[in-house]
Design a protein around this ligand. Sequence first.
Ligand code: FAD
Length: 557
Amino acid sequence: TYDYIIVGAGAAGAVVAARLSEDPRISVLLVEAGISNEGIVPATIPLLSLSLTPNTILDWNFTTTPQPGLNNRAISYPRGRVLGGSTSVNYMVYMRGSAEDFDRYASVTGDSGWNWKNMQQYAKKNEKLVAPADSHNMTGEYIPSLHSTSGAISVSLSGNPTPLDSRVIATTQEFSSEFPFNPDLVGGNILGIGWAFASIDNGTRSSSATGYLSPAYGRPNLDIVINAQATKLEETGNFGTIPSFRRVLVAENAGARHEIILSSGAFGTPALLQLSGIGDSTELRAVGVAPVVHNPSVGKNMSDHALLPNVWNVNNPDTYDSIFRNPDLFNASMAQWINNRTGAFASNIANQIGWMRLPESASIFRTVPDPAAGPNSSHFEMIFGNFWLNPTTPAPPAGNFMSITIALISPTSRGSVQISSSNPFIKPLVDPKFLSTNFDIFTLVESVKISKRFLTAKAWKGYVRSGVGELETVKTDAEIEAYVRKVTNTIWHPVGTAMMSAKGASYGVVDPDLKVKGVDGLRVIDGSVLPFVPNAHTQGPIYLIAERGADLIKKDF
Ligand code: FAD
């Protein structure tokens, strides 16, 4: 028996395990379905993150249900299955979200502890700003006072210059009203285009496994079991009238004196709750699971950033495509990385990203209320990649490319995660319902026009040749919509499937203290609890949520 059992060693689970086991009086078991991250060399080399998923041993290999909004395509949906979870396979972009994201979490849950101001103490515990791999002078690329240098996850600015850098920045100067420069994207004011941070330390991936678990390995009060998929939470008694769940089935039973913490991610957590009888009673009975607690919100409210890969041919051989395609260049980059952890391999997918709003006059706002977290939050993101950044379609055998990959940041579509069997080894049905609303399709259609406008700046003259495929030819809204539905995918930021809500609310899965409603002994700490997908690549906000979650548990101990 342990004081706490944590299910899942991803972004959140590793934080909770490391923070709880800091107190030698607290005994902790961390259970992870996947393998160890140690010795997996491509998972340490930033640019090779593209090779880690989909369909590898490090990936749960989910596939969505056919998506009507995407012409009925069923798309592959990676999730990390390894110590560090998705932070061991992700693309490492690092942000915290907009201040308004956290202020909205505080207002919908009635807990001011989730507001931006209060959460900065946890940002401090999470971020450790370090020098970029190429040790370049960072002046003008960030605001030092907005960063922490004492946290667990190493974070740095881009470590390898690309031909896009000066062009993107020049465009923010030429078109400063539509595409303003943002001097620091981590500090909560996210609008505009700026230099991207990544969880990279000395040219090497920093994950929740390297940043939080590694330093905790020697602790006698922390046990970590890998290759161990939890299959069910078991009822162990009652607390008053509500059922207690303090046992989890792994290979054998493991019991917790205090609590079981579900950190299995936005797909794993709702699935485990449903397998254990916590969910919509009718839906559970239909798949042969005896309901214990009726809660129709479990697995619902999934929101995610849809991804639209826009790729252009460029007139420059110095793009990552050349390295991926040419074994001599690949080997030279690898040798440079092995030698001193610099060069293209030390860098992740993008040196600049931008956070954009639709114009206030956009016609969609005549019929749809603005879904953004507030006036200083975005509707879509632009990711500037020095290569063919389209995770679902391999690059052609020739040519050099740049990408303005769009992420839909304030979607109004909501999807679900639902078990289809009482067998825990059958994957749940993942249905993001991508592009199922007018707002979502409108925003992506506009983002194509806006991206094309971006490339009319002088800096791109002679550099950009033409859009790849239909991107070049589409003109009318109907044509652009057809293109969008054909190529849109996901940037893998699902949240909300065990959302937090105010105490006593008629919906939601966890209270603001992250305890599962109507149940004793269970908390959820991972991306599932976020009621809205934030203005960020999601690892940063989830790290912050987990830091506070660990604090809440420690206060109750
Ligand atoms: P995860 O990190 O996914 O962890 C869940 C853990 O639980 C996993 O280790 C899993 O194996 C384990 N688990 C699940 N079920 C069970 C079970 N039944 N028993 C035991 N263990 C279980 N975010 C960014 O900020 N920047 C990026 O650039 C970025 N790129 C991404 C690229 C890809 C390909 C992917 C997949 C994600 C990316 N993300 C990125 C998203 C980010 O990594 C996730 O949002 C974040 O890691 C989610 O944290 P989590 O703790 O909720 O879940």
